[in-house]
Design a protein around this ligand. Structure first.
Ligand SMILES: *[C@@H]1O[C@H](CO)[C@@H](O)[C@H](O)[C@H]1NC(C)=O
Ligand SMILES: *[C@@H]1O[C@H](CO)[C@@H](O)[C@H](O)[C@H]1NC(C)=O
Ligand SMILES: *[C@@H]1O[C@H](CO)[C@@H](O)[C@H](O)[C@H]1NC(C)=O
Ligand SMILES: *[C@@H]1O[C@H](CO)[C@@H](O)[C@H](O)[C@H]1NC(C)=O
Length: 201
């Protein structure tokens, strides 16, 4: 009986470790797709039990990733859909690099996200509607990229149904107007859109 309990405990511990490591695996999978000319990701060692000691990564007390801070880090390459498994991530700061490709739909799974800062990169394609799931999101800065198409309505609705306070989509290739409606009494909400794009509507 005792040994069965022990085996069970070991099994639970093994599963917990795997779960914990999966965040490191996801980040490492992203690293393998990036060109890191300044070697800022050198400490991202996938053999460690979790990514919490890696540079530019912050964890909570449960060793789950809450911040990725890679602003102005000289990185090129795409974002990774595996980032979508970082369920406790609050800050994804990847501004001022040469990140290209589109935003993976899976970023919309990051429901703890407070700040999504992807400004000043080479991102393109349409902004995924799944970002409308990010009810915690306060700051969405996508300015200075090559995004095209229209801004999904669900994202604008985050002002009323979520926490969105600042959205900067200026300096892209977007179309359409964003109605500035703060009549519900929500505090300072700034939507900054390229005036050129607004005239194209
Ligand atoms: C993550 O996002 C994708 C695409 O938006 C969705 O199909 C999938 O069900 C999500 N996974 C989880 C675990 O929420
Ligand atoms: C919005 O984006 C534009 C273009 O990148 C930038 O010049 C401006 O400073 C940004 N404003 C805020 C408040 O983020
Ligand atoms: C502003 O938004 C609220 C909530 O979504 C809506 O009920 C109202 O009709 C809107 N007003 C205008 C002028 O668009
Ligand atoms: C609401 O919008 C108006 C017009 O853009 C602006 O002058 C005002 O400061 C806004 N109020 C709040 C609380 O954001």
């Amino acid at each position: 009986m005792a040994s069965r309990a022990l085996i069970y405990l070991l099994l639970v511990a093994a599963i917990a470790t795997v779960n914990c490591n999966s965040e490191g695996d996801a980040l490492y999978a992203w690293k393998t797709k990036l060109v890191d000319k300044n070697m800022v990701l050198q400490s991202w060692d996938p053999t460690l039990v979790n990514p919490c000691t890696w540079f530019h990564i912050t964890c909570n007390s449960d060793d789950s990733v809450v911040r990725v801070d890679l602003g102005n880090a000289g990185l090129s390459g795409p974002l990774s859909r595996y980032l979508g498994i970082l369920t406790n991530l609050q800050y994804l700061e990847v501004y001022g690099n040469k990140i290209s490709g589109s935003i993976p739909h899976e970023i919309g799974n990051l429901t703890s996200l407070i700040s999504l800062d992807l400004y000043g990169n080479r991102l393109s394609g349409s902004i995924p509607a799944s970002l409308g799931n990010l009810l915690s999101l306060k700051y969405l800065r996508l300015n200075g990229n090559k995004f095209s198409g229209k801004i999904p309505t669900g994202i604008i609705e985050l002002i009323f149904h979520g926490n969105l306070q600042l959205m900067n989509v200026s300096d892209n290739l977007l179309r359409g107007t964003v109605r500035h409606n703060n009549s519900t009494g929500f505090a300072v909400t700034n939507i900054i859109q390229d005036p050129r794009a607004m005239k194209m509507n």
